[in-house]
Design a protein around this ligand. Structure first.
Ligand SMILES: NC(=O)c1ccc[n+]([C@@H]2O[C@H](COP(=O)([O-])OP(=O)(O)OC[C@H]3O[C@@H](n4cnc5c(N)ncnc54)[C@H](O)[C@@H]3O)[C@@H](O)[C@H]2O)c1
Length: 367
């Protein structure tokens, strides 16, 4: 049972990471939990989260604004550092954690270049430490179903596909406006990587080249970012996946985002298809206050359970549970979990994408 330091107390820590870890602590699967962030306001906002009172009453965590290196140094060796900060910080934080002999779990993407991913992999291997990347779509049962059927040959070979994931317009008003700027990220790098990883996860194919066209737009604070992107990802069997991403789904839309994946395959001579609607999961709720929503029961929900409070349910929780489990030494794991050794194609795609977007969508090979 390992202690955990979460670096970063923003949206993803609030929405998925901290509640998952609090449940794991409650059922005796992790030791102490600490969240460290730069600003006290971040920690205060987290401390006011409804779930601490209604779902995890009596399950504690500590918080600190001390520099993350100090907090890593205070951990017992071979604990877990969970990185949940903006993308450009992941590499330096992972390297600092590994140098201090800590296992690492990192939100996607692990790094922004393939070289950084390889550096992290080498440092982990040298010290016998685990590094896992939190690609939670892998733990959606529909992904696992598609992977199994694809690998049984039931779809034949993937040829052409499209994926979309557009977050709500109101993301523009969040802390994103401070870091999601042209030089740091873009809609494809931020969120498109989920579907690139998923197609690789299902098919075993590797992306070899990418072209990303980005449309710059302004955040409310005046910063400029590539808030709309259209990407073409080419695969090592010649297949092509189009991926559209944005911080641009209407706030009035019924789900938290719009997302889905369509893959046309060769089949056994007459074609085959994989089609996942990933935001409409069959639920339509019209509340008494006039609000209409289509909630997903699959990513992350709070449900009653045999114990006190509520427990997190869904693939967002299962992904974190599996990654924490993998940090237990001696636990064998297969390539269901993303590690730098088995998923560095994601960083290669991101690196090529960043070059492509700066060159108006030129095709760039993944190195
Ligand atoms: N679907 C997903 O997998 C998913 C969804 C959301 C975010 N993410 C990833 O999670 C990461 C964070 O995203 P977010 O939405 O939570 O962002 P956010 O801006 O809401 O939060 C980032 C946090 O990092 C903290 N931080 C920044 N520098 C720090 C430092 N030096 N030391 C300690 N804390 C520091 C900030 O204080 C803030 O609390 C990003 O890499 C993003 O790509 C993944």
């Amino acid at each position: 049972m390992r202690d955990i330091l979460v670096i970063g107390g923003g949206m993803i820590t609030h929405d998925q990471i901290l509640p998952s870890l609090l449940h794991l602590r409650r059922i005796g699967r992790v030791g102490t939990i600490e969240v460290c962030a730069r600003r006290q306001e971040t920690l205060n906002a987290l401390a006011g989260a409804w779930f601490l009172r209604d779902a995890f009453s009596g399950v504690g965590y500590s918080a600190s604004t001390e520099p993350y290196r100090q907090r890593i140094a205070a951990l017992p060796k071979r604990s877990i550092v969970f990185i949940a900060t903006p993308d450009p910080l992941h590499h330096e934080m992972a390297m600092a954690a590994l140098a201090a002999d800590q296992h690492v779990i990192c939100v996607k993407p692990l790094a922004l270049t393939a070289a950084h991913s390889r550096e992290i992999e080498a440092a982990a291997r040298e010290r016998g430490l685990f590094v896992g990347v939190e690609y939670h779509k892998r733990f959606d049962d529909r992904s696992l179903m598609a992977r199994r059927a694809y690998r049984e040959g039931r779809f034949g070979e993937f040829r052409l596909g499209h994926a979309r994931l557009l977050e709500k317009w109101n993301y523009r008003s969040s802390n994103f406006q401070n870091w999601f700027t042209r030089e740091n990220s873009d809609a494809f790098t931020y969120i498109g990587c989920h579907y690139v990883d998923l197609v690789a996860f299902v098919t075993g194919l590797i992306p070899v080249a990418v072209s990303v066209f980005g449309i710059p737009d302004r955040f409310p604070n005046g910063n400029e970012g590539y808030l709309w992107t259209d990407a073409r990802v080419l695969w090592n069997n010649g297949a092509c996946l189009n991926v559209q991403n944005a911080l641009g789904y209407p706030d009035a839309g019924p789900g938290p985002n719009t997302q889905g994946l369509t893959m046309y395959c060769s089949g056994s001579g007459s074609g085959a298809l994989i089609e996942h609607s990933d935001q409409y999961r069959g639920l339509k709720y019209s509340y008494g206050d006039g609000q209409y929503v289509e909630p997903s029961p699959d990513y992350f929900q709070y449900v009653e359970w045999a114990g006190l409070g509520l427990k997190p349910a869904g693939y967002g929780y299962r992904s974190i549970e599996a990654l924490v489990e993998a940090c237990e030494e001696g636990v064998a794991h297969n390539d269901l979990l993303a590690t730098p050794a088995n998923s560095s194609y994601n960083e290669a795609v991101i690196e090529a994408a960043r070059e492509s977007i700066a060159r108006d969508g030129a095709t760039v090979s993944c190195r």
